[in-house]
Design a protein around this ligand. Structure first.
Ligand SMILES: Nc1ncnc2c1ncn2[C@@H]1O[C@H](COP(=O)(O)OP(=O)(O)OP(=O)(O)O)[C@@H](O)[C@H]1O
Ligand SMILES: [Mg+2]
Length: 451
């Protein structure tokens, strides 16, 4: 096993030699005699722990230089673990240093057994924090193109968008209503080569059948009664950009043929026109219907289906996104809180439980409605399950054991505190009012509970 690196900031030759001798078996000891050397060593050697003498040159008899070194090290790495080694009668300064962010302190002459114990624990915390930070960084951010999502199925959607956006291939987006299909389409547009072009969205179900063709392809003057002037269609206007066809399953048969030709040749004619018009608009379609069943039933052309479905992505329903429901709910609570002037609202524990038990048939849109209504209705500081009009899912659910309830709250608080402090166990423990060992025990317990 490789040894952990320990930085020793000390100017007294005797103490340096003594410490190095005592610690070299367990640690890779790096020495620094003043502030500049300490800063350099922290940056280049990334020690798991630092032992810092408060009396450093040029003023070995006063703690100022030691405290300034502490501040400099914590500025370079806010998660640095610095253990203060102070002279006899200097306990006040050592305590002050702990208040400034030092991990712990020891008084001279140092008891080697005690030092080893403190170091062992300190290095353990430092390495745990590093692992946590690395794990956080290897994971993509929980927000992508405005979409929140930490869960594996949403992270997979983000990866899909990154991969597919740069190509110009048509994409078919599947998903229940309110899952975010239009957001995915916008994400594909903004991440793709046509990002500076227009994004035009059309809901095929919202436009009467006789108008849809001219909406999409445009018309010439006099093409039909009421066509007083020539008009460009959306396919033409979306040139250089993206055309998003929502509810594609509702496209009437006559329009299906024309769209197929456009997808094959990038050309079309306006209604009542002869001229071939070219458009390089990228086509993204979406549906919450079963298109393959429509193909089997003969209401949707198979050749068009294959043209549209070159790449298919399914946006998962909210109920399959685990803790994302709470993540999105909290963000919505913040936004609607600002909108309605109630910025101090938080969810009560029963609200989190209801959020996770409800089946969310209306997905993110339903969540938006419930949270917005709850923000308007909430009286106190807490939004409850009944403010969300979800009290009945709690009565229907099997009673929660005290252990489950406690773990739910603990998990919520611990993840939030760690996120707020970028993974610093020391800072999170301080905020939570528990000791560091208790916090990492909790992290282990909750981590295993999550598997
Ligand atoms: N992951 C997400 N994070 C935050 N907000 C989201 C997310 N997904 C969707 N939304 C929001 O939810 C609402 C519904 O999203 P969108 O319109 O993209 O869904 P849709 O699948 O197209 O819905 P429909 O089937 O009803 O057309 C929008 O206001 C959108 O901003
Ligand atoms: Mg939509």
């Amino acid at each position: 096993m490789t040894k952990s690196t320990l930085l020793l900031v000390e100017d007294d030759e005797d103490i340096r030699a003594q410490m190095k001798w005592a610690l070299a078996a367990d640690y890779d000891v790096v020495l620094a005699g003043d502030r500049a050397a300490a800063e350099a060593a922290l940056t280049t050697r990334r020690p798991s722990a630092t032992l810092l003498d408060l009396g450093l040159p040029p003023r070995p008899n006063d703690p100022e230089e030691g405290l300034a070194t502490l501040a400099a090290l914590l500025t370079l790495d806010p998660l640095a673990k610095v253990i203060i080694v102070s002279g006899q009668g200097d306990k006040q300064n050592a305590l002050h240093a702990v208040g400034e962010g030092a991990y712990d302190f020891l008084c001279k002459p140092v008891d080697m057994d005690e030092l080893k114990r403190v170091l062992q624990r300190c290095v353990y915390v430092a390495e745990l924090e590093r692992e946590y930070r690395a794990a956080q960084q290897s994971h993509q951010a929980p927000i992508f193109e405005g979409m929140l999502g930490n869960s594996p199925p949403m992270q997979a959607v983000f990866t899909f968008i990154r991969k597919v956006a740069p190509t110009n291939a048509p994409v078919l987006i599947l998903g229940e209503s309110g899952t975010g299909k239009e957001m995915v389409a916008q994400g594909l547009h903004r991440q793709g080569p046509q990002r500076n072009g227009p994004f035009i969205a059309i809901n095929c179900n919202a436009i009467p059948e006789n108008l849809l063709e001219s909406e999409l392809f445009g018309h010439e003057k006099g093409a039909f009664t009421g066509a007083h002037a020539q008009r460009k269609g959306h396919i033409e206007s979306a040139a250089g950009g993206t055309l998003f066809l929502d509810e594609i399953g509702e496209l009437p048969a006559s329009v299906q043929v024309k769209l197929l030709r456009f997808l094959q040749e990038k050309k079309f004619q306006r209604v009542g026109g002869r001229q071939e018009i070219h458009s390089d608009a990228r086509v993204i379609a979406a549906t919450n219907a079963d298109l393959q069943a429509a193909v089997a039933a003969g209401t949707f052309r198979e050749d068009l289906y294959f043209r549209l479905a070159v790449v298919v992505v399914k946006v998962p329903p909210l109920r399959e996104r685990g803790d994302d429901t709470a993540l999105v709910a909290k963000e919505l609570l913040r936004r609607y809180g600002v909108e309605h002037g109630k910025t101090r609202l938080t969810f009560a524990a029963d609200a989190f439980r209801a959020l996770s038990l409800h089946d969310w048939s209306g997905n993110v849109r339903e969540l938006q409605n419930r949270v917005q209504r709850a923000v308007i209705m909430a009286d106190g500081k807490r939004v409850t399950a009944s403010d969300l009009e979800l009290a009945d899912v709690l009565t229907a659910a099997p009673p929660q054991t005290l252990k489950e309830a406690r773990e739910g709250v603990e998990r919520e608080l611990v993840t939030d505190a760690l996120r707020r402090h970028q993974g610093s166990i020391t800072a999170a423990a301080l905020e939570l009012g528990i000791s560091r060992p208790t916090l990492y025990e909790l992290m282990e317990k909750l981590g295993s509970a999550r598997d």
